[in-house]
Design a binder for this molecule. Sequence first.
Ligand code: FES
Length: 145
Amino acid sequence: MYSEKVMDHFQNPRNVGEIENASGTGTVGNAKCGDIMRIYLDIDENQVIRDVKFKTFGCGAAVATSSMATEMVKGKTVREAMEVTNKAVMEALDGLPPVKVHCSLLAEEAIHAALWDYAQKNGIEIEGLVKPKSDIGEEEIEEEY
Ligand code: FES
């Protein structure tokens, strides 16, 4: 039921980990399943995403979509990263089963939350970026897990 690309990114996820002193971090929870995703962005002075890492308590589809999404935003400017939607990520993975589409939202939302954090810290605006609804703090995660 999963494409070869999904299986590859699930079994060999790219960009798993953390970035110390990240330019922006975003943590979001999935309203449907309660799974959690955190994204770290390292952004240079030209607003180019130099590095990106993720950690998740999500399912295999969440791992695969985050792996692909992080590969897709790496090396892009923060504006270009806004074009990496969950739809674009799913297409790059050759699709996901319909029941797993909500999992792919985690990566997009966490990237947006991390971009928002970066924009706030640097006093800039990124076109099309709105305040994340579901950004949650460290404390809340520790309480839950
Ligand atoms: Fe929760 Fe997939 S079931 S992220």
